[in-house]
Write a protein that binds this ligand. Structure first.
Ligand code: ATP
Length: 597
């Protein structure tokens, strides 16, 4: 129930007054329907079946004026009014349907944008804690399912309004019979609660299966090269067959549940109508006109009540999706990374004195060992600082802290003496360009991939950035040059070409700090020397921080920082460190020389 109320609040937040207008239209449809039923009284009267005078129901006195109209004119008048009401009612219904659909679609978009925005502005911990495929599942399937639930909520309200008006009319016509029928109806609703519980359980299963399905196929597609080269097709196909079978079973079970509950309603409605006609005639001595009207009302009411049940089952089945979206939104709200108002100001920090790490400690979680211990470091501006160390030494962790992606558990990162915080992280990041180890490129042209970081860029600037990053030669050789489409994640380029292209993109932003997580496997010696040449060209123009896997790349670094088990164990110039015998740096160096032989 809490989830439904939450989503109703969200609809209200999104649509405002439209919800009230829709409610008004729903009430209008109900009233017009009642008017059409009441019109049957003069109709019946004219047919001579029932004497209108004998019906002593206050509401029916509105038709008294009909007594003065000759029968020949009365019938066409009533039929004309009947047509007008039916047409009017259907026009309002159509409008309402369109409005509700627009509301649902608008709400779907609003929820998507809101969730995506919250996700994008969340801190790095959210991305470490959750699986990417869960985000994809929520942003695709679960929000869509929630919006279907929202439509069901609107249908539910519409059916409730309609039902109340009809019950009100039936009550005016005969309070005793209506109370009797309502009592019978309540028993049925109580009995059908078990269908709601079952719908909720199936909704949960559907959510879990959908999560598993998306995460499975994401893994498969990411690892398709492994799957094909290691002939893992059969085992993957077995998994796929199994999960899709479970999804099929769940859907079939849900439809079975829905049709069973509808069947109960229909059978009960037939029995109830028969029973209440019997009692109405035998015990309550209902007037023929009264009886006829009540039969008509109830025979129209039951499908409405069955509709309420169906909407409730639909809502129950989508509650797990609602919950998943709410939970993610809440998690993101609590993990807002920086002051978004501050981030809208297009300022960046120009570091003049130093980046300083002051007694930094960091753990990935409470139970983990320290990934960084007592890091004290000064990174001077416009110089090249290189981080080296064995795999798992803490190089990437330190970079993530410098980028403000993670925050130290103890200690501070100071930029020109000012602590990195919620208020200045955004401005700090605007001054940094980061080139990850696995560069990300979009499936579009080289030009668009570069322009993504800077609009209104000139052709000259593009080529200049390509030249700086040693990418100019290979781009020039491509048949379509800058307009070459590079495939999914840049699959049509080599690893080294991809990295140089991302480096060009990073340079195009004209950052004051360039952070480069140098690729290992992606680079051959030729590519490596190209990257080295690029770094040489950039030296002195910006602060460069490199995670170096190949030590030859950083021969000209101003400062080399050697990490081991999360601690800084050596620090100094390249030549100076290489002279320190039996040290980690000379060990790493000799390992690489050995490997090159
Ligand atoms: N997301 C994470 N959750 C928990 N522990 C992590 C996470 N990422 C890294 N670690 C741990 O933190 C330590 C430092 O890892 P880090 O990735 O910083 O090393 P690295 O020096 O960059 O290694 P590599 O050269 O292999 O990239 C390792 O023990 C690693 O297992």
């Amino acid at each position: 129930m809490k989830s439904i109320i939450y989503f109703l609040k969200q609809i209200y937040r999104y649509s405002g007054k439209i919800v009230y207008i829709n409610l008004f239209a729903m009430a209008g449809i109900g009233l017009l329907d009642s008017a059409a039923i009441l019109l049957l009284v003069p109709l019946i009267s004219m047919s001579g079946i029932v004497d209108m005078g004998a019906v002593r129901i206050p509401i029916l006195s509105i038709f008294d004026f009909m007594a003065d109209i000759p029968a020949a004119a009365g019938l066409p008048i009533i039929l004309a009014i009947f047509i007008m009401i039916a047409v009017g009612q259907n026009i309002v219904k159509r409008q309402l349907n369109v409005k509700n659909n627009r509301l649902q679609q608008g709400f779907l978009r609003y929820m998507r944008v809101e969730t995506y925005k919250l996700l994008l502005y969340s801190n790095w911990q959210v991305f470490i804690r959750n699986r990417k495929s869960d985000f994809i599942n929520i942003l695709t399937s679960e929000i869509a399912r929630s919006s279907v639930g929202v439509y069901s909520v609107l249908q539910f309200i519409s059916s409730i309004v309609f039902t109340f008006i009809q019950i009100g009319l039936a009550f005016i016509l005969s309070p005793v019979i209506t109370t009797f029928v309502l009592l019978c109806g309540s028993v049925l609703i109580l009995f059908n609660r078990k269908f709601l519980k079952r719908s909720l359980t199936l909704g949960n299963r559907n959510y879990e299966l959908s999560k598993e399905y998306i995460s499975g196929i994401t893994d498969h597609m990411n690892g398709i090269k492994d799957i094909k080269s290691n002939t893992l097709e059969k085992s993957r196909l077995d998994w796929f067959g199994l999960i899709t079978k479970e999804m099929e079973n769940e859907q079939v079970e849900y439809i079975k549940l829905k049709s069973t509950s509808q069947l109960y309603y229909k059978m009960a409605s037939a029995i109830l109508i028969a029973v209440f006609i019997y009692f109405a005639i035998m015990m309550f001595h209902a007037q023929a006109a009264q009886l006829l009207l009540i039969i008509i009302i109830f025979s129209r009411l039951w499908p409405g009540v069955a509709g309420i049940q169906s909407s409730m089952e639909q809502i129950a089945a989508t509650i797990p999706s609602f919950r998943a979206v709410i939970t993610l939104q809440d998690e993101c709200r609590n993990a807002k990374e920086f002051n978004t108002d501050e981030s809208l100001k297009n300022t960046s920090i120009k570091m003049k004195k130093a980046i300083q790490c002051d007694q930094i400690y960091f753990r990935y979680n409470e139970n983990a060992d320290c990934a960084l211990t007592n890091i004290n470091l000064v990174i001077p501006p416009n110089k090249m600082t290189a981080f080296v160390g064995r795999s798992g030494a803490g190089k990437s962790t330190l970079i993530d802290l410098l980028l403000g992606l993670n925050q130290p558990e103890n200690g501070k990162i100071l930029i020109d003496g000012v602590s990195l915080s919620y208020d200045n992280i955004s401005a700090w990041r605007k001054s940094i360009s980061y080139v990850p180890q696995e560069p990300f490129l979009f499936n579009t042209s080289i030009r668009e991939n570069l322009e993504i970081v800077k609009t209104n860029v000139t052709e000259e600037e593009l080529w200049e950035a390509l030249e700086f990053s040693s990418a100019i030669d290979f781009v020039k050789k491509l048949p379509d040059g800058l307009d070459t489409i590079i495939g999914d994640r840049g699959i049509k380029l080599s690893g080294g070409e991809r990295q140089r292209l991302v480096l060009a993109r990073a340079i195009l932003r004209k950052p004051s700090i360039l952070v480069l997580d140098e690729a290992t496997s992606a680079l051959d010696t030729a590519n490596e020397s190209k990257i080295q040449a690029a770094l040489e060209r950039l030296k002195g123009k910006m602060t460069i921080i490199v995670i170096a896997h190949r030590l030859s790349t950083i021969r000209n670094a101003d400062q080399v920082v050697v990490l081991e088990e999360g601690k800084i164990i050596q620090q100094g110039g390249f030549i100076e460190l290489s002279k320190e015998k039996k040290s980690m740096f000379s060990h790493l160096l000799s390992n690489q020389i050995e490997a090159m032989r």
